[in-house]
Write a protein that binds this ligand. Structure first.
Ligand code: GLN
Length: 214
């Protein structure tokens, strides 16, 4: 952790993907472990300096009010928006999805409803089919989860539970209501890393596909 924070920034487009995990509050350690198991360099992010040179960012679950205050306190909003504007992907999970919505960072043209499943369904697990990760259902763990209440036309729905979208994508922003870091199915993190690899290729102005053809 400490060493990673002071490591010099490598030239972009080389080496393991550098994926930041916003570590203000919430279950960031489990995300970092999943990312490392997939071969990424996972870095805990608490400062604007920590946002430099990242290929991707995870905004974890936790308490959205607390995370929003920490982002404000640490002056991270512009750095996170700049990251997305550069085309680098973001995965927001549970409270992290709320943080991406219209009322918070405005990275998703969507309104979320907090604690949407009510008290009786506060925490539950369900198998969901989700676009972008292959046909096998994903075990989705919901903990006082939000859902997408309303969204604009650019928001692609990847999974719904009942009538409510619970996994969406808009450009570089991927968000889900559930906790993909709490199971051993790492396909949501793998999707984030695939988006990060594609963004790296785009920003270097080269297509890996063309390189491998020759
Ligand atoms: N209920 C929390 C909120 O509204 C989110 C819960 C979670 O991230 N597991 O912020």
């Amino acid at each position: 952790m400490g060493g990673a924070a002071t490591a010099p920034e490598p030239p972009s487009g080389e080496g393991a993907l550098r994926i930041g995990v916003l570590a203000s509050q919430g279950d960031f350690a489990a995300h970092a472990a999943t990312l490392r198991s997939l071969g990424a360099e996972a870095l805990e992010v608490r400062t604007t300096e920590g946002m430099l040179g990242l290929d991707g960012l995870v905004i974890p679950g936790g308490e959205s009010t607390t995370i929003a205050k920490a982002i404000e306190r640490d002056g991270l909003a512009d750095a996170i928006r700049g990251h997305a504007e550069s085309g680098a992907p973001i995965l927001g999970t549970c409270a992290g999805m709320i943080i991406c919505d219209r009322e918070h960072l405005g990275l998703l043209d969507a309104t979320t409803k907090r604690n949407a499943f009510g008290r009786q369904l506060a925490s539950f697990e369900v198998d969901l089919e989700m676009g972008g990760i292959g046909p096998d259902p994903l075990r989705a763990v919901f903990i006082r989860a939000p859902w997408i209440e309303d969204h604009g036309p650019e928001v692609e729905i990847l999974a719904s539970y009942g009538e409510h979208p619970v996994a969406v994508r808009e450009g570089p922003v991927l968000a889900c209501s559930f906790h993909p870091e709490l199971t051993d199915d790492s396909r949501v993190h793998a999707l984030l890393m695939a988006m990060a690899t594609a963004a790296r290729v785009d920003s270097s102005g080269q297509s890996l596909r063309e390189e491998t053809k020759t």
